[in-house]
Design a protein around this ligand. Sequence first.
Ligand SMILES: C[S@@+](CC[C@H](N)C(=O)[O-])C[C@H]1O[C@@H](n2cnc3c(N)ncnc32)[C@H](O)[C@@H]1O
Length: 272
Amino acid sequence: MPTTSLLHGDCLKVLPTLDVASHDLVVTSPPYNLGINYRSFDDTASRSDFLDWCRAWSAEIKRLLTDDGSFFLNVGAAPSNPLFPHQVLLALTEEFFVLQNTFHWIKSITIETRKGEQISAGHFKPINSKRYVNDCHEYVFHLTKTGNVPLDRRGAGVPYQDKSNIARWGHTGGVDKRCRGNTWFIPYDTIKSRDKDRPHPATFPIGLVEQCIHLHGKGRDTRLLDPFLGIGTSALAAKRQKIAHFTGIELDDHYLTVARERLEAPENQELF
Ligand SMILES: C[S@@+](CC[C@H](N)C(=O)[O-])C[C@H]1O[C@@H](n2cnc3c(N)ncnc32)[C@H](O)[C@@H]1O
């Protein structure tokens, strides 16, 4: 029987109650220590306190993760604080994990076609600055215990643009799928009302979590954990991918209520 556990509390207290090696996939986005206005969490710690806090929950994630498990950590920066994701990464790789892959979650991009046409896609929130350009991406660090965990690259792949490559390259096995690479263009869903449709200051899109689930490659047998659940995006991805076991933890009772409502919402039942 599939299980979905949405747990209320401080993950530093809840994670120790979960069994060793009870999850094979962790996808999460912690607070970014950039002064974001969460309902309960104070996002203004000193950088060294914040990094110590990251070390504390990462030690727990390592304990809960199977040896062949994958931990996808989404972190972004502010233009004025560009070192932040790298500081978190250094703290976690000093002691606990190996950085196996780095993905770039692209939120907005402009490409120029060979015919010279410019196509812009995604959401672009302008900033008013003479110093900084718009920050249109966030990191997704893929952390593992060994640096040697196999991934289902083609499970998360894309069709070949030039179909003649399918026959030309033996490794394709005749299948029209290639590795997507480490740039993921995943725009936010367009919403009408922030308060109603996305009542949280820092969510990631369902598609980002689904991409991690596909790469992990264990399909429905996946046991997924998100210790910073927010309004339940990872739980929705787990439900949509029909994965067996999901555990989410959230400090704020209102966000957790919204997560439960989103999982039960009639319009979301149609997605699954
Ligand atoms: C970046 S948000 C995650 C948003 C989530 N990915 C989504 O799409 O809804 C981080 C969340 O961590 C929660 N949080 C902060 N400290 C926590 C803690 N100690 N234990 C559990 N949750 C915590 C915050 O309330 C916030 O909702």
